[in-house]
Design a protein around this ligand. Structure first.
Ligand code: SF4
Length: 335
């Protein structure tokens, strides 16, 4: 499932970079309409509804320059975000990007990767200890890796700079470009999966869980560190049976692999709820505020999470099932 955009915005300055030229050629080969822009993205038709605007942007690739001076921190997953891509062509209704990319849900790839890796190296030098970079804090980088090759570069970077590790998470399965690399075990690829109930209702534009697990097994055979994210975890009528079956599927696919689990329960912000109501008016996502409790997030957003008793029930269920079915796996966190 390779992302083929229907429109590309290319920043003129990006054409001064090798990756910018490479992308321009590739976009032309696909006969995708191109608009060259200066620093400000062209505006879209003001008559579009919020839903039309959302889907228009989701099919748009932006090729631009990373201009910030600093990387954002990235707790608890890593020390810093690695800003290679932002946005994702997937159409998951519950997507965490609704909160901060609500007005611009296009996929943007940055072409000045030398600047980005130079900056990354400075962080490693300054810290004087192992530094972990997260390449998927605001994107699913696998979705555009066949276009950019930036993850391959990042993997190479970790092998050239001591004390560096890379992590990223994906719901996509196109991992063949990551095979055969000398990654030296410094990259961790995590696959985000969910129960059939959630996948069927809320995940569009991404491959099925079965394909993601096949990709995980393939990546694991290549010697990469592999992690599983179960996210977002929902409580629905048959949740115990379905999540048990999901963990069994992981155990069957990677019975002996050293594996980590990250367990993230469903949460939403009021900003995301407004986007979901506009874009997916028929959505069955559970978004009733009076059934949740408030939690303050690290970026100043207030989230609505499951209530304390429900969280306890979920946590003890997942702890039990993972320990039983995959005794060697490590649960990194449950939130
Ligand atoms: S794959 Fe991840 S980043 Fe992409 S739309 Fe789905 S939840 Fe969002």
């Amino acid at each position: 499932m390779v992302f083929v955009p229907q429109l590309a915005f290319v920043e003129r300055k990006a054409l001064e970079y090798e990756l910018g030229q490479h992308l321009l050629n590739k976009i032309r080969q696909h006969n995708i309409p191109i608009e060259i822009y200066e620093r400000r993205l062209p505006s879209v038709d003001p008559n579009l509804t919020a839903r039309e605007r959302f889907f228009h942007f989701k099919r748009t690739l932006v090729v631009g320059i990373w201009r910030r001076r600093e990387f954002q921190t990235c707790k608890p997953s890593a020390h810093y975000q690695l800003p290679l891509v932002s946005g994702c062509p997937g159409l998951c209704q519950y997507c965490y990007l609704h909160t901060n990319l609500a007005n611009r849900p296009y996929v943007k790839v940055y072409v000045n990767t030398d600047d980005i890796f130079d900056r990354a190296q400075k962080y490693v030098t300054a810290r004087k200890e192992e530094t972990v970079f997260e390449a998927s804090a605001t994107s699913d980088p696998i979705a555009v890796e066949k276009w950019t090759g930036s993850l391959r570069r990042a993997i190479k970077f970790t092998t050239e700079v001591p004390n560096t590790r890379l992590r990223f998470v994906t719901k996509f399965a196109d991992v063949d470009t990551l095979l055969g690399l000398d990654h030296q075990g410094k990259t961790e690829v995590r696959f985000s999966i969910n129960a059939h109930w959630a996948m069927q209702r809320f995940e569009q534009g991404v491959p099925p869980v079965r394909k993601r697990l096949e990709a995980a097994a393939c990546i694991q055979k290549e010697g990469y560190r592999v992690g599983i994210l179960i996210a977002p975890i929902f409580m629905f009528p048959d949740w115990q049976r379905e999540y048990d079956s999901l963990i069994q599927d992981v155990a069957k696919t990677m019975p002996t692999a050293p594996l980590t689990f990250e367990l993230i329960t469903h949460r939403f912000t009021m900003r995301a709820k407004a986007v979901i109501n506009d874009v997916f008016p028929e959505s069955e996502l559970p978004l009733a505020e009076d059934e949740r409790q408030l939690k303050y997030g690290q970026f100043g957003y207030t989230k609505l999470v499951y209530r304390r008793e429900q969280m306890k029930e979920l946590e003890s269920f997942f702890q039990d099932r993972i320990k039983t079915l995959l005794p060697k796996a490590e649960i990194l966190y449950f939130v």
